[in-house]
Design a protein around this ligand. Structure first.
Ligand code: DX5
Ligand code: ZN
Length: 216
């Protein structure tokens, strides 16, 4: 089952409870929350308090994407605050295996993200330990950037590796996904589609999400 994960911090920040309500009406599978620290990426969003606040308003599973340096410092806080899936960047830590094991130990679902410049082969050894790989299709840091088309080859390659090894690992793709390109992302082998401006920039979220569903 393919899943849509709206990136909620692209929504109206002063009206988040209403945004959550609309996502519930659209029956989305996950809510994606982008955490940026101003060091790993050139932008700052929020800390685990935002995860806690969103968790208190919804039962939709929370897909937390940590774009932070040395995420091992904050894994426990984000999981305690309600992250169901916790994704860390391969490039953000020296000890990716240890971080992933800690996420598992705290009973959240571990994901590993890779930037556009990081080859898929770099995560080969960690694949057996995680539930999800997040392929960034923009350079992380900002919503509203152009989808990098060469990401499609990375998705295809990763899909082949996962199938050959008979793993259940899901492929999530994040950055620049819109109605016009979601079919290409899906055909390349993605399972989970993050969209920020593609959904929150539209007048009618429900219609947009339904159109995305039709195309995948
Ligand atoms: C990029 C974030 C994305 C982004 C999505 O750094 O990880 O989740 O906000 O926004 P769009 O879909 O507008 O690229
Ligand atoms: Zn993200």
């Amino acid at each position: 089952m393919k899943k849509i994960a709206p990136s909620i911090l692209s929504g109206d920040l002063l009206n988040l409870s209403n945004e959550i309500k609309l996502l519930k009406e659209a029956d989305v599978d996950l809510i994606h929350i982008d955490i940026m620290d101003g060091i790993f990426v050139p932008n700052i969003t929020a800390g685990w308090n935002i995860v806690e606040a969103i968790k208190s308003r919804t039962d939709i599973p929370l897909d937390v994407h940590l774009m932070i340096d040395r995420p091992e410092r904050y894994i426990d806080d984000f999981i305690k605050s309600g992250a169901d899936i916790l994704t860390v960047h391969f490039e953000g830590t020296t000890h990716i295996h240890r971080v992933v094991e800690r996420i598992r130990e705290l009973e959240a679902s571990p994901g590993v993200a890779i930037n556009p410049g990081t080859p898929v082969d770099f995560i080969s050894e960690i694949l057996n330990y995680i539930d999800m790989v997040l392929i960034m299709s923009v350079n992380p840091g900002f919503s509203g950037q152009e989808f990098i088309y060469s990401s499609l080859f990375k998705i295809e390659k990763l899909r082949r590796i996962i199938s050959q090894r008979e793993l259940e690992t899901q492929i999530e793709v994040d950055g620049g996904i819109k109605i016009i390109n979601i079919a290409d992302v899906s055909n390349s082998g993605a399972d989970i589609f993050v969209s920020g401006s593609g959904i929150f920039g539209a007048d009618d979220y429900l219609a947009t999400i339904n159109e995305m569903r039709d195309r995948i």
